[in-house]
Design a protein around this ligand. Structure first.
Ligand SMILES: [Zn+2]
Length: 102
């Protein structure tokens, strides 16, 4: 375990990431509801991951979510002054639960 932590500290990219739950507010505003517990399937490796466990890169002009299994880009969100652009071509599906009774 200590070895794994040391390896992660040596990866310069890790410092630039949060997990998907760190961008939960942005995702909620884009998709209209809580998304961090939502499962989604990576279109690259077919792994199903919870959005909250995806790696979020937030230092660029937008937010990029990457698959925790293969590290490919799953979702990109860019906010401009007049629009929000959502690129979901890296995801095969997102399973968004409806609240009971709706
Ligand atoms: Zn993947």
């Amino acid at each position: 375990m200590e070895e794994r932590i040391a390896m992660m500290r040596d990866d310069p990219a890790v410092d630039l990431t949060v997990d998907g739950s760190g961008v939960g507010g942005l995702l909620a505003s884009v998709f209209g509801g809580e998304m961090t517990a939502t499962p989604g399937q990576c279109a690259h490796c077919n792994t199903v991951s919870i959005v909250g466990t995806m790696r979020a890169y937030t230092r660029g002009p937008g937010v990029v979510l990457r698959c925790p299994a293969c590290a490919e880009v799953v979702i990109r969100i860019v906010e401009t002054p007049t629009a929000t652009i959502v690129d979901v071509r890296g995801v095969s599906y997102l399973r968004i639960e409806r609240a009971a009774g709706r």
